[in-house]
Design a binder for this molecule. Structure first.
Ligand SMILES: Nc1nc2c(ncn2[C@@H]2O[C@H](COP(=O)(O)OP(=O)(O)OP(=O)(O)O)[C@@H](O)[C@H]2O)c(=O)[nH]1
Length: 129
């Protein structure tokens, strides 16, 4: 079961933004994971096809934070992961294991959507526990 999901779209590709609600429903599942919406390639200011306001509004509608990133400028990539980590449920298996001193289980990283070929540096990632 995914504990956290980064939903990544390309800020210069409007079609990728329009897929976000569909990706959200695909990834939501029965036990709602933590989500963060990520608008990628924010360094390409002149080619932007989605405003921060619009993306922020969609994120708020879906109940998640919005972060703009650029792998090119190394901007906010870490913040996106930190924001997601901060939204993970505190009573997760990993947290309990750390509290009790038991080694936490390995957390494999797995790309979870077919559309990930759009992104090399930053992908839609699920943290499986
Ligand atoms: N300017 C900019 N370019 C980026 C960024 N992230 C990735 N790219 C570029 O976007 C292009 C596509 O990225 P890839 O990671 O190769 O993704 P891909 O899925 O193989 O390619 P596409 O399907 O064509 O987007 C490459 O030229 C990357 O260098 C970014 O944050 N800023």
């Amino acid at each position: 079961i995914a504990a956290g999901v980064l939903l990544v779209f390309d800020l210069i590709n409007r079609a990728s933004f329009e897929h976000v609600p569909e990706w959200y429903h695909e990834a939501a599942g029965d036990e709602l994971p933590a989500f963060v919406l990520v608008g990628h390639k924010c360094d390409l200011v002149d080619e932007r096809a989605v405003s921060a306001e619009e993306a922020g509004h969609l994120a708020a509608t879906l109940g998640m934070a919005f972060v703009e990133t650029s792998a090119h400028s190394n901007l906010n990539v870490e913040l996106a992961f930190q924001t997601l980590a901060g939204d993970l449920p505190q009573n997760s298996t990993t947290h309990r294991a750390e509290v009790t001193g038991t080694p936490p289980p390995a957390i494999p990283l797995q790309c979870c959507l077919k559309s990930t070929s759009l992104y090399q540096q930053l992908r839609i990632i699920s943290l499986f526990m």
